[in-house]
Ligand binder design. Structure first.
Ligand SMILES: [Zn+2]
Length: 395
C-alpha cells in the first residue's frame, strides 16, 4: 500500500499539539514537552509493531524484531523556541509511515536535542552516537535557568554517566535516511515536491577582534580617529561582497566597547558565519577576508585580527544512497534535482560512519524555525514514497 497525506496527518494529529501555542512549537530537549513527544514516539512504535528503546544519549529508537543492523528512517522531535511544527517531526512521522508500509525490518529514530536550543549542543544525539561529542565538555553546560545538562538529562530519565556508552548503539544502524522540511526556497524554486540532498554546506565561523582607540566623538578629527566599529562595518560589508553566488556570509553577533553614544568605539568583537556549497568557495572567501583585514589595518590604524573559531568541510552524502533516492524519484515521476542543504542535520553527522542520505520537502515560503513554517502533506507523502522505494532498493 502506498503512503498518502492522510497517513502523515494521522500520525501528526497527536504529536503536533505537544508544546504548541500561538507563538509556535517549543519542545526543547530534556523538558516535559519533549518527554511527552517521547511518549508519543513509544505509542507510535507499538502501533506499527516496533519495540521502543532509548539509547544512552537519549536517542529514541523504534526497533524491528529482526536482528540488527537495520536501515533506519529518522529525524528529531525537539524544536527551537517558538519554532515550526514540521522541522524534525515530519521526518519522524514519515519514518513510522514508511515502516508501517514496508516489508523490510526498518527502524525509526528520533535523535536527541538536534536543535541544541537549550544548551547550545546542536546534533547532540547523533554526535553522541558517532562518538564525536565531547562528553566531558557538554555535561556541565547550563541553560538560561542555571540547570546543567547533566541534571536536565537525569530529569528526563537518561543517565548522564552512561552518555559515553552511546557509540555502542551505532552497531545497530546499517544506514540512515532523513526526510526533512526544506528550510529555504531552493526545493520550491529548483525541483518539485521534494529533492535529493547532494550534501550539506561547508561552513566556517570566524572571530574578528578589532582594537582602535576610545576618543571624544565631537572633538576627535577624522584623520586621527581609530574607530574600531567603523573598521568592523567595512570588514562586514567586504565579507558579504566576497561571498560567491552559492554562498552566504553573516555577521550575526557583535560586541562593541565602550558602546557609548559620544565615544569613538575602541574595541569590537564580531563573529562571521560563512556557508557555501563547496569548501573551496569558503577557502577563497577566507583568503579574501584576511586580505581585507590587512588592508583595513594599514588604512585605518585599527588592529584587526581574524581567526577561525570552527570549520566544517561539509558533507557529501553516500553516492549509492543518492543514486537510490534519485532513481526512486524518477520512478515516481518527480524531477530528480539535487540540492545542497545549508543547515546542519543528524544525517550529516551520521554520514561519515554509515551510508546516509536526505530528502527535503518543498517549502514554498522557505520559512522555518518560526510558527509560519508550512508544508503540503501531499508533498511530504510523495517524499516519503521516494524514501521508502529507495530504502527497499538499498536493502
Ligand atoms: Zn530539523
Amino acid at each position: 500500500m502506498s503512503i498518502d497525506a492522510g497517513d502523515l496527518a494521522q500520525l501528526l494529529a497527536d504529536l503536533e499539539p505537544i508544546g504548541r501555542s500561538e507563538q509556535g512549537t517549543t519542545r526543547l530537549a530534556w523538558t516535559a514537552e519533549h518527554e511527552a513527544a517521547a511518549e508519543w514516539f513509544r505509542e507510535a512504535a507499538a502501533r506499527v509493531g516496533l519495540r521502543p528503546a532509548r539509547d544512552p544519549a537519549g536517542n529514541l529508537w523504534a526497533c524491528p524484531e529482526a536482528p540488527a543492523p537495520w536501515w533506519a528512517i529518522g529525524s528529531h522531535l525537539d524544536s527551537v523556541r517558538e519554532g515550526g511544527r514540521y522541522d524534525g517531526a515530519l521526518g519522524v512521522v514519515a519514518g513510522f509511515a514508511i515502516a508501517a508500509r514496508s516489508e523490510l525490518p526498518l527502524a525509526v529514530v528520533a535523535f536527541a536535542d538536534e536543535e541544541g536550543a537549550r544548551f547550545n549542543t546542536p546534533t547532540f544525539g547523533s554526535r553522541a552516537l558517532t562518538g564525536t561529542l565531547d562528553v566531558g565538555d557538554v555535561l556541565t553546560r547550563v541553560d538560561e535557568s542555571g540547570v546543567t545538562l547533566r541534571d536536565a538529562m537525569r530529569g528526563a530519565g537518561v543517565d548522564p554517566d552512561r552518555l559515553s556508552e552511546a557509540p555502542t548503539w551505532l552497531d545497530r544502524l546499517r544506514g540512515l535516511l532523513e526526510l526533512h522540511i526544506d528550510q529555504s526556497r531552493d526545493v520550491a524554486e529548483r525541483a518539485g515536491p521534494a529533492a535529493v540532498v547532494r550534501g550539506l554546506a561547508a561552513r566556517m565561523r570566524v572571530q574578528v577582534e578589532l582594537r582602535g582607540a576610545a576618543d571624544h566623538a565631537g572633538t576627535t578629527r577624522r584623520p586621527v580617529r581609530r574607530d574600531a566599529l567603523l573598521a568592523a562595518a567595512r570588514l562586514i560589508i567586504r565579507a558579504d561582497e566576497l561571498a560567491g553566488p552559492e554562498m552566504v556570509a553573516t555577521a550575526g553577533r557583535i560586541l562593541v566597547e565602550p558602546n557609548a553614544p559620544t565615544t569613538v568605539p575602541a574595541r569590537v568583537r564580531a563573529w562571521l558565519d560563512a556557508r557555501a556549497s563547496r569548501p573551496a568557495e569558503v577557502d577563497a572567501w577566507w583568503a579574501g577576508v584576511r586580505a581585507a583585514a590587512d588592508d583595513l589595518r594599514a588604512s585605518t590604524g585599527v588592529d584587526v585580527r581574524t581567526s577561525v573559531a570552527s570549520t566544517n568541510r561539509g558533507t557529501v552524502f553516500d553516492p549509492d544512497v543518492r543514486r537510490a533516492l534519485t532513481r526512486a524519484a524518477e520512478r515516481s515521476g518527480l524531477p530528480a534535482a539535487e540540492v545542497v542543504c545549508f543547515a546542519g542535520h543528524d544525517a550529516g553527522v551520521i554520514a561519515p560512519r554509515r551510508p546516509a542520505g536526505m530528502v527535503l520537502v518543498r517549502n514554498p515560503t522557505g520559512v522555518s524555525h518560526a510558527p509560519g513554517e508550512d508544508v503540503s502533506l501531499e508533498d511530504a507523502a510523495a517524499a516519503a514514497r521516494v524514501v521508502r522505494s529507495a530504502v527497499e532498493a538499498l536493502a
